[in-house]
Design a binder for this molecule. Structure first.
Ligand code: TRP
Length: 481
């Protein structure tokens, strides 16, 4: 059964995809990566991979959603049938659902920290506090399973309610209020940071072109980031694409999403580093940048409590608009496959993901380093889940590129793309060769981090994928003659 829902407005897909793309990855990860990897040089590589890998896969993933008008799993089943392709391609849908489920479980816990900091900021608890106090406060938060679970629960319930209300009343209406508000807040924070911080230092930190700082590692991180930040390879974009108006342009929309996403990341980076440098602090890294260094900068500035609170509301909003896109693909599948009502489907997905999230909660305390779990797997449950998604995400993206590039018929793709022959050829070359090769490259980098038993699994998956690709390629060619 297909639901055949379509967004109310032609532009809603763009709004929803931007909501999914703009998240913790933009506000926290991108600024830090850019600073660490040579500023301008990193941004150059990032822009290049967004163009050569990110945008082509974004187009492909949206296309698969719109061509099937179903949830990712049922959609891939439908497409393999209508294109006489191997059913192995269905793995794209399953991988996506699995990643969405895994990511939601920890994304919600981390986003929950922002609830804590919104509260601390707005009540003025941190005003005038020193580094030791703020650092200790963060440690106390992480050491408390109760508090972490409370925030995790609140965040996931809020996300679930929005998706539970349906794609029009819940997701569309929610985004139409939330997204403009987020952009206004971002500009307010930017203006505040220019007035109170060291904007020049931030700009030179981010944009100084220093090729020497850019290692192979930096290239790979730029690729990984372009993937993560566009929410690719996990069904979120495919699920939203299923509701996209037939006459909206795939290419133009994908470019717009990538542009807005990148602009938000850069503005956030400028604002955050202006504040951090203005307060004479170190750029630092990891969770500390957003949850220790930045609160410290706010603590020392005029109206820091208020603007800091507003900033963490921005973080929360950006995270919610991303997390709803993680719930949607799985919920839509449960509705289609098991005939559940939407609220029931959302409930199942959210409760299961919430329960898995408890593993992330205790990764910071009860099951932290020194626990039996740590001893057994050599990492925390949180790191383990994150590692899994770091494998599933690129794998999903690579399969999406291969499927759209090789298995879909020329006529189907042309019908979806409705674009000039030149751009069509460029896009097809990018999804057929460049994107898969780039992702394979990122993989080779991930593998050394992976425990021995996972490598054979991965290898097998890739071989199965390649086999399926070659078979469908042949089938596709036969069909077109
Ligand atoms: N793009 C999100 C961010 O930048 C994170 C993310 C990655 C995501 N994959 C996703 C969000 C899938 C929703 C769905 O923070």
């Amino acid at each position: 059964m297909s639901t055949h829902n379509v967004w109310t407005h032609k532009g809603t897909f763009l709004l929803a995809a931007v909501g999914s793309a703009v998240g913790l990855g933009n506000l926290w990860r991108f600024p830090y990566l850019t600073g660490e990897n040579g500023g301008g040089a990193f941004i150059l590589v990032y822009a290049l991979t967004i163009f050569a890998v990110g945008i082509p896969i974004l187009i492909a993933e949206t296309m698969l959603g719109r061509a099937s008008r179903r949830s990712p799993i049922m959609g891939m089943r439908f497409l393999t049938r209508t294109h006489q392709a191997s059913r192995a391609w269905e793995s794209i849908g399953w991988l996506g659902a699995a990643s969405a489920f895994l990511i939601l479980s920890f994304y919600s816990v981390i986003a929950g920290w922002a609830i804590h900091y919104t509260w601390l900021m707005l009540t003025g608890s941190l005003v005038g506090a020193d580094a030791a106090t703020i650092g200790a406060g963060f440690d106390v938060l992480l050491a408390s399973p109760g508090l972490l679970t409370l925030y995790h629960t609140l965040f996931i319930i809020a996300s679930g309610l929005i998706v539970g209300m349906g794609i029009h009343k819940g997701i569309e209406n929610g985004l139409r209020i939330m997204m403009p508000a987020l952009f206004v807040i971002l500009l307010v924070v930017l203006a505040y940071s220019i007035a109170n911080g060291d904007f020049a230092a931030a700009a030179s930190f981010l944009f100084t072109f220093n090729l020497a700082d850019l290692s192979l590692e930096g290239w790979l991180q730029a690729m990984g980031q372009s993937f993560f930040t566009l929410s690719l390879g996990m069904g979120a974009i495919m699920a939203y694409g299923a509701y996209m108006a037939s006459d909206a342009s795939l290419s133009r929309t994908a470019f717009a999403v990538a542009f807005v996403d990148t602009a938000v990341a850069m503005v956030a980076g400028l604002a955050i580093f202006s504040l951090v440098f203005g307060a004479g602090l170190d750029a630092g890294a990891g969770p500390g940048l957003m949850f220790v260094t930045l609160p410290l900068a706010f603590a020392e500035m005029p109206f820091g409590g208020l603007i800091g609170g507003v900033f963490f509301i921005l973080v929360l909003g950006a995270a919610i608009s991303s997390s709803i896109s993680l719930i949607e693909p799985v919920a839509a599948f449960l509705v289609e496959r098991f005939d559940l009502t939407r609220p029931q489907a959302v409930f199942v997905m959210v409760v299961a993901s919430w329960a898995l999230g408890l593993l992330t909660v205790i990764s910071f305390n009860t099951w932290a380093e020194g626990s039996p779990f740590h001893a057994l797997f050599g990492r925390s449950a949180f790191d383990f889940i994150e590692l899994l998604t770091n494998i599933f995400m690129p794998l999903g993206g690579m399969l999406i590129a291969l499927f759209a590039g090789w298995a879909l018929t020329h006529s189907e793709v042309m019908k979806e793309m409705r674009t000039g022959e030149t751009w069509f050829q460029v896009w097809r070359f990018l999804v057929r060769f460049v994107a898969p090769a780039a992702v394979a490259f990122v993989f080779l980098r991930t593998i050394p981090q992976v425990e021995g038993y996972l490598i054979p699994t991965l290898g097998a998956l890739i071989i199965v994928g390649a086999f399926a690709a070659s078979r469908t390629f042949l089938a596709g060619n036969r069909q077109e003659q």
